[in-house]
Each structure stands twice: as structure tokens, then as C-alpha cells.
Design a protein around this ligand. Sequence first.
Ligand code: NAI
Length: 287
Amino acid sequence: MSGVEGRVVAVTGAGGGLGREYALLLARHGARVVVNDLGGARDGTGSGHSAANAVVEEIRVAGGEAVANHDSVADPAGGAQVVADAVEAFGRIDGVVANAGILRDGAFHKMSEADWRAVQDVHVGGAFHVVRAAWPHFREQRHGRVVVATSTSGIYGNFGQANYGTAKGGLIGLIRTLAIEGARYGILANAIAPMAATRMTADIAPPEVLEKLGPAHVAPVVAHLLGDECTDSGEVIVAGGGQVQRVAWFQSKGVTFAEVPTPEQVTDRWAEITDLSGAVPGVNPVG
Ligand code: NAI
């Protein structure tokens, strides 16, 4: 096979925004798609079937194959059902795009337990529940693709997004580990940090910036990461507005203390410890 042709991919949160673009492009390139979406508001409240159903209809009208799923991926049974629906409709599951997400922004000193928890549940829990359900299939068939939606907020931090940044950073830890555990089984796990005009960013960036950031720019990158030709795993790719970049970690040469140092000795050598000249890439354990 080549690309995603004939593959079965579940895209969570595919009723709108980026997920919808992913689902449409994947279907156009011959994938059979489970379009999951709870259909709620940006903050995760509410639900409805129309968003996912409309995307399925769009795919079918264009001659593609898709089924809708309306479960919340934050719920373990809901996440498992996404995969069950793929297997029931298409007989297999080859890829998961853990894309569903919500926003509950607020400065850290005002952040409630509920807003912290809800964001972890959808982003981190949602990825765990769906990928965990797909994993035995991936291992069995010795082929699988995981793409999680991370964010520059998770990589670099962002004011007012302690909950969201933590969740998105956590997803990078997830794919780095899945890349290691999946390597023997032909399973690749990568993260996409998109930048796109959707309801999530509608009031965050000015219109002249947003108009250059159509979500369609990101979808081909996700399709590549799901495709048969992809060999990378554990990578973090930033994509938006036509630009596609790899994010990597570097470690300074640092200092090796022959004996346990005093705090003062650490202080004295701090400039050397943190100096990045001569830094080397952090080791990608599957690279
Ligand atoms: P969006 O709000 O249009 O899409 C998110 C979708 O997830 C919605 O359709 C929503 O109904 C669905 N969803 C929410 N909770 C769900 C649940 N529990 N179960 C199933 N579906 C659920 O936003 P957008 O921008 O398309 O975001 C997609 C992903 O990309 C998110 O994970 C977001 O955090 C991430 N992202 C987006 C960026 C951007 O520039 N738009 C920047 C960085 C990350």
C-alpha cells in the first residue's frame, strides 16, 4: 500500500476545525475514516451529533468512506468505542489521530480544579483511551500509526494555559514512549503542533494572521505521518500556514563533577552547565 490508501483511521474531534480537514483529506486519499466528535462547545460543555454527521456526509458525497462516532473520548468506554466502530465498519484499525481538544484558559492563580481536570481528561485521557484500545490491533498486525495533537503551548508554555500546556506537554511524553514501545511492531507515534484558524484560535490571533492559517495547510503533514512511507517516530512537528518544522531537544555539554558537589560549586559552574555552545541533539531512542 502507499500513503493512507486502504488504511482505516480514526480521527477524534473531527467534526470541525483541524480534525475535519484531516478526515476529509485522508478520505480523499483513500483512507476509510471514523469521524469522532462529541459536538460540544469550545470549553467542552454540551454535545450533539450534527458536527460529526456533516463531515461523514461530506466524505460520502465526495465518494469516500466514513462512519460517525459521537462518544466523548474523555470517557474510557467512549474512547474504546471509537476503535470498536472502526473494526465493526471496516474490519480493522490502522491509525489514530488524537485530535479532540477543549480550552479552559485562565491565569494560574485563578485556575479551578474543574478546569484543570477537564482539560487533562479530554486531551491526555482522550488520547490514552483511543490509542490504548487500538494498540492490541496495531501490535497484532505489526502496523500502526499514532498522531497526537500537541501545541507550542505544551512545548514552550503560554500565559493562561497551565492546564492546556501541561496536557499538551504530556502528550509529547506519551508519543516518545509509544515510539519506543511500538518500534518492534511497526508502530509509529508522532505529535503535530498545528497553527490554524479554527474556533479555538478565533479570538486569539488577529484576522490578518488567521487568514493565512487555513487548517488545510496542516492536513497533508498529518497524512504523511499516517502514511505507509513514514518511518519517523517520536517526533514533534510544528505546522501551519505552509511552514512545516521539526522540534528537537538539545543538551548542553554541561559539567561532570567527579565528586558530589556543594550547592556553591553548582552555582559557580552554572554558566558552564547551561551554556549551549557545543550542545548535542537529545538522543531519540528510536532514531
Ligand atoms: P476545534 O475546537 O475546532 O476542534 C476540536 C474538536 O474536538 C471539536 O470539534 C470538539 O467538538 C471536539 N471534542 C472536544 N471534546 C471532545 C471529546 N471529549 N470527545 C470527542 N470530541 C471532542 O479546535 P481545533 O483548533 O481544530 O483543535 C484541534 C486540536 O488541535 C486540539 O487538540 C487543539 O488543542 C490542537 N491545537 C490547535 C491549534 C490551532 O492553532 N487551532 C494550536 C495548537 C493545538
